[in-house]
Design a protein around this ligand. Structure first.
Ligand SMILES: CC(C)(COP(=O)(O)OP(=O)(O)OC[C@H]1O[C@@H](n2cnc3c(N)ncnc32)[C@H](O)[C@@H]1OP(=O)(O)O)[C@@H](O)C(=O)NCCC(=O)NCCS
Length: 146
């Protein structure tokens, strides 16, 4: 993540902050984080505004409390507002479909990384007629160094 930040390619970065007691601001803290950074979709004649969701993390003590969902939903809302057309994610196939992600091959997208087919998912945020040819998604090179 630091490499992406240093490379200046972090596009949308959100944190979830827990409100503490008003009298005790020291109990405020970051309990979750999500990052969306640019990916390249090869084979398109014009460039498609597309982001990759990674990483998403919630501190163990606050997992299963809706923090992760709130981060994904706020992030996708910002993506929509910003004109992003496609968001891809390489992650748990039991988690992301609830937000509208579908297996990316249904959008003719394949991942540059070797991964189980069901783990690479995509959500198309703007209606647009798409080419039927398979297109390869490339993450920023900083990911290859993780
Ligand atoms: C995955 C993660 C971000 C989810 O955040 P969260 O705040 O716990 O999630 P929410 O409270 O919004 O949602 C809870 C739901 O997610 C499901 N869930 C949590 N982790 C999951 C996982 N690894 N695989 C599938 N489902 C998962 C829970 O079963 C629960 O489902 P339910 O609503 O049907 O009961 C969080 O558990 C986490 O940080 N895990 C460790 C890091 C990680 O795995 N990151 C994701 C990489 S793809």
């Amino acid at each position: 993540m630091e490499r992406l930040r240093l490379a200046g390619v972090a596009s949308i970065s959100l944190v979830a902050v827990e409100d503490g007691d008003e009298a005790n601001t020291e109990s405020d803290g970051v309990v979750g984080h999500i990052l969306f950074s640019p990916v390249t979709i090869e084979g398109e004649t014009s460039s498609v505004p597309a982001l990759g969701l990674a990483p998403l993390a919630v501190v163990p003590e606050r997992q299963r409390g809706g923090v992760g969902s709130a981060l994904v939903e706020s992030g996708l809302a910002q993506c929509r507002k910003g004109g992003v057309e496609v968001v891809v994610v390489l992650g748990h196939s039991g988690y992301y479909p609830r937000f509208g992600f579908r297996p990316a091959h249904l959008s003719n997208l394949t991942c540059e990384y070797d991964s189980p087919a069901e783990a690479f998912m995509a959500i198309e945020l703007q209606p647009r007629v798409r080419a039927a040819d398979a297109r390869l998604v490339r993450y920023h090179r900083a990911f290859a160094e993780l």
